[in-house]
Design a protein around this ligand. Sequence first.
Ligand code: ATP
Length: 301
Amino acid sequence: SSDKSVLSIQSHVTHGYVGNKAATFPLQLHGFDVDAINTVSLSNHSGYPVIKGHRMDLTEFTTLLDGLRANDFLSDYAYVLTGYINNADIIRHVAATVAEVREKRQQQGKKDIVFFCDPVMGDDGRLYCKEEVVAAYRELVAHANIATPNYFEASILSTVEVKDLMSAIEAANWFHEQGTPTVVIKSFTMPDDPTHLRFLLSCHDKVTGSTKRYTGVVQYYEGRYTGTGDVFAASLVAFAHNHPIDLAVGKAMGVLQDLIKATVERGGSGKATLNSRELRVTSDPDRLLHPSTVISVTPLP
Ligand code: ATP
């Protein structure tokens, strides 16, 4: 077993690129073993008019964990990454799973587990989960090393409406108060510049009580793309394995810029069909490893 192994708890779709379908390929390219738990197994993402398939319940989740535990695989996971779950029972159980992996690794003298939590709940003012899921994430983020909410998820969880850098900092502070040391609010619009999106990286040191914050901007591509957050979180896991977190964020942001550009160039511009806006995750594997630009992530005073 290597230290490049991830337990990735996310959705599976037959068609398209969201959840584990979006996260697994980039992580594998980086040389990670990806053990996927598919929280749902659906025909496609929920933006399409028809969606068919199956959603996991807690018993199915714990049954898979029973198998992993019985074969002694749990201590192999250096990382746990969670994305779309949309089941409050499973979200609550993830804390116990992370604690179990942490304890087993400690007993075996292995490096501590790093838990990346993407609290997937909705986007652009629309919640696509139940209210009890929000409550479950408010508790789960306390166990995360790194949380990667979009601006809407950060707003819902913290009750601070994220609309600029100041409010993003306030929302990130809420995560720190819950116990999440590192928070990336992946994008929010800039009141004075509609052609770019800003992001915030906020790192809180529990020992000294100090918080180091960074920000940066990316070009805004008109239109909505699904799976962007999932590729971002997966890329962040991979880059943060070898790089300091600010550089890892800059590289992961660069990957998304290349990926959206590639999608637009292949007909998936803002006004195109949903299907043509599926992220072209497999179109240029080298760009997933080496983005054409690394976005600057600048410390805030
Ligand atoms: P979640 O998984 O939390 O639901 P999300 O996909 O809603 O995530 P976003 O902040 O919208 O999260 O997107 C993640 C990243 O993808 C952003 O940090 C940004 O780099 C990039 N991105 C997404 N949409 C666009 C866009 N229209 N133009 C440019 N970059 C974008």
